[in-house]
Design a protein around this ligand. Structure first.
Ligand code: SAM
Length: 253
């Protein structure tokens, strides 16, 4: 594992987290006076800091040890060794390198929005599925879910997570243009610029109507998404914000 050690505290560097994830970071960790960004490969970064190497297992082991259950709406996200006695619907995830453990604000808000909008038998597309968490959540609510991702490394993990949860969600390599609609609901935890770019293509994935849940949107870029979506016959149903992250639910009309 390649670790980029950024100088500064987490509050200062929090603003860079979206960019780091967009550049391929698989995790961020606060350390005294610096933030460690974990990458599968070294790359040029426009931030002050230095690269160090860690054996893959060190990071994974530390990460697994610190992982806590997360409650999001009617769901609780658990690692296979967690014990839980609550009534929540359990999403079991084998922690790996894919984004989507439920610990990020965007994943939690998307799960909560899914719980409000998903009905049994709905056809649901999870674009940018990562660990498969959102497709698995939709499947646990009775939907027929498919998850797509452009990162080939995450697909086997999502398939394994679906198996762990005994749901029949399907996972494939690809992006929006590879999704065969129509869908009743599309959920996408990507980033603002991509949502704005996909606005027209999102609309084409629905029939007469449908629901679109978008997150991964930094507050400062929310306007960009809203302008693009409203220009393509989407009507805002709900807006949620946690910290600097926003989740928008639209009706395709
Ligand atoms: N859905 C999970 C969640 O909510 O926690 C993971 C979201 S993670 C922020 C974004 C995922 O989108 C990554 O796995 C990334 O590989 C994938 N991705 C990025 N651009 C994409 C694109 N154009 N089409 C499909 N997937 C994409």
């Amino acid at each position: 594992m390649h670790v980029f050690r950024l100088r500064g505290d987490f509050e200062t560097l929090d603003v860079y987290s979206a960019t780091l994830f967009e550049l391929g970071a698989r995790g961020l960790e606060e350390k005294p006076g610096e933030v460690w960004a974990y990458f599968p490969e070294r790359l040029e970064l426009p931030f002050p800091g230095e690269w160090v190497e860690l054996p893959d297992t060190d990071w994974l082991e530390a990460y697994k040890r610190d992982l806590q259950p997360v409650v999001a709406g009617p769901f609780v996200v658990l690692a296979p060794w967690h014990e839980w006695s609550g009534e929540e619907k359990r999403i079991l995830l084998e922690p790996g390198m894919a984004f989507g453990t439920g610990h990020h604000e965007t994943t939690r808000m998307a799960l909560e929005a899914l719980a409000v909008r998903t009905e049994p038998e709905m056809r649901v597309l999870d674009l940018g599925t990562g660990s498969g968490i959102l497709a698995i959540g939709a499947a646990l609510l009775g939907a027929e879910a498919v998850g797509l991702d452009i990162d080939p490394a995450v697909i086997p993990q999502a398939i394994e997570n679906a198996r762990l949860n005994r749901v029949s969600a399907r996972f494939e390599l690809g992006s929006l243009e590879d999704a065969t609609g129509p869908f009743d609901l599309v959920v996408a935890n990507l980033y603002a610029e991509l949502h704005a770019y996909f606005a027209g293509a999102y609309r084409e994935k629905f029939g007469i109507c449908g629901t679109l849940i978008l997150t991964g949107i930094l507050l400062e870029r929310e306007r960009l998404v809203r302008q693009a979506l409203e220009a393509h016959a989407f009507e805002l149903l709900q807006r949620r914000q946690e910290g600097e992250w926003v989740c928008l639910t639209y009706a395709a009309v």
